[in-house]
Design a protein around this ligand. Structure first.
Ligand code: BTN
Length: 254
């Protein structure tokens, strides 16, 4: 059996459901897991009424963009799930890059999992996890991609896919994402392949070597972004020495 046949078989293991309107594809899938859904389910929606972003922010969710979440149950032992944001970012970056024929190397990933086109955010990813009463771990990977509309006010530069690929649409992008996510999950292999995941992430990384500010809930730390370690933590060279971050919002100083 060739590698691609294996990947196709694995891709086929995921179900997909589309809804016109939902509060949040992430919240809907978390609720379904609590109600007994076995997982490996993609949910997409044409619009969300309460789309959520990271750090309690909202996510603009009008018709025209991609809103997709993937429900995984016990994707790996808990110690390995910290690298799932990198898996998701790799998958989204590849799906977007594949939607830009003829435009090479204009997509990148800003730590940990924002996907950029020419340095401007085109996609955000929100991972949420919860333990079920029976001890199983639910992980929901939520992905929003600006396909034909951009938020009006964002604290960072934004992009939309349709400015680079005429006729881009959410369902075409989702078909690519369905494949790339299956492939990146197979490479990650429940955490056993994390070194491959990290290596793939590094190849797409935005701004290694540049000066950044890491915004934390109660502090800002400045330094030079020198890369990520083998668990996906951000390495920052500050005047006081090297610091590692598991979470935070990164802004490039320029
Ligand atoms: C971010 O703040 O960058 C993450 C944004 C994640 C948005 C997506 S849209 C699909 C899924 N459902 C949600 O409510 N949020 C995520």
């Amino acid at each position: 059996m060739t590698g691609s046949e294996v990947l196709k078989t694995r891709a086929g293991a995921f179900r997909h459901e589309h809804l016109d309107t939902v509060q949040s594809t992430n919240s809907e899938l978390m609720q379904r897991a609590r109600n007994g859904d076995p997982g490996a389910l993609w949910l997409t929606a044409s619009r969300q009424l309460s789309g959520r972003g990271r750090r309690g922010r909202g996510w603009m969710s009008e018709r025209g963009n991609l809103y997709a979440s993937l429900l995984l149950i016990d994707p790996a032992v808990q110690s390995q799930t910290g690298s799932l944001p990198l898996v998701a970012a790799n998958a989204v970056e590849r799906a977007i890059a594949a939607s830009l024929p003829g435009l090479t190397r204009i997509t990148s990933i800003k730590w940990p999992n924002d996907v950029l086109i020419e340095g401007r955010k085109v996609s955000g990813i929100l991972l949420e996890a919860e333990r079920l009463a029976d001890g199983r771990l639910v992980v929901v990977i939520g992905i929003g991609v600006n396909v034909s509309i951009c938020p009006d006010s964002a604290p960072y530069p934004v992009a939309r896919l349709s400015d680079y690929a005429a006729g881009a649409d959410a369902s075409m992008l989702f078909a690519r994402l369905f494949e790339t996510m299956s492939e990146e999950l197979a490479i990650w292999d429940k955490g056993a392949g994390v070194s491959h995941t990290v290596e793939r992430w590094r190849r797409a990384a935005h701004g290694i070597g540049e000066r950044i500010t890491v915004n934390l809930p109660n502090a800002q730390v400045r330094g030079r972004f020198s890369g990520i370690d083998d668990d996906g933590m951000l390495r920052l060279e500050t005047d006081e020495g090297t610091r590692m971050f598991a979470a935070g919002d990164v802004f490039f100083d320029n």
